[in-house]
Design a protein around this ligand. Structure first.
Ligand SMILES: NC(=O)c1ccc[n+]([C@@H]2O[C@H](COP(=O)([O-])OP(=O)(O)OC[C@H]3O[C@@H](n4cnc5c(N)ncnc54)[C@H](O)[C@@H]3O)[C@@H](O)[C@H]2O)c1
Length: 77
């Protein structure tokens, strides 16, 4: 199953993304990168988790990046 983790390059998001990956899920991080840390991005990259840059508040941003149909979306607010 593919999961889109919004805020996926943040503190909580990247830890969730890494955990889901370890459980065997296909994971994509979606993040504006405004508050993302280099540490989190490096950890995602080391586990081959792609980061898509975009604003979750902008639906066009999500559609444009072809991630409008994940099987599941994990959104933290
Ligand atoms: N080492 C530590 O213990 C540590 C480190 C960092 C943070 N914290 C704690 O963790 C909590 C914060 O973590 P968090 O994960 O909630 O916040 P965060 O800021 O780390 O992550 C939020 C992520 O969401 C992204 N984002 C924000 N708005 C967005 C939007 N509209 N579209 C797409 N992406 C968007 C940001 O760029 C960021 O990467 C706080 O309690 C903080 O004290 C602890």
């Amino acid at each position: 199953m593919n999961v889109l983790v919004t805020g996926g390059a943040g503190f909580i998001g990247h830890n969730i993304a890494l955990h889901l990956k370890r459980l065997g899920y296909g994971v994509t991080a979606f993040d504006s990168l405004k508050r993302a840390t280099e540490f989190a991005c490096r950890r995602l990259a080391s586990c081959s988790i792609p980061i898509i840059k975009g604003d979750v508040l902008n639906s066009r941003s999500i559609k444009k990046r072809r991630c409008s149909y994940p099987r599941s979306c994990l959104h933290k607010r």
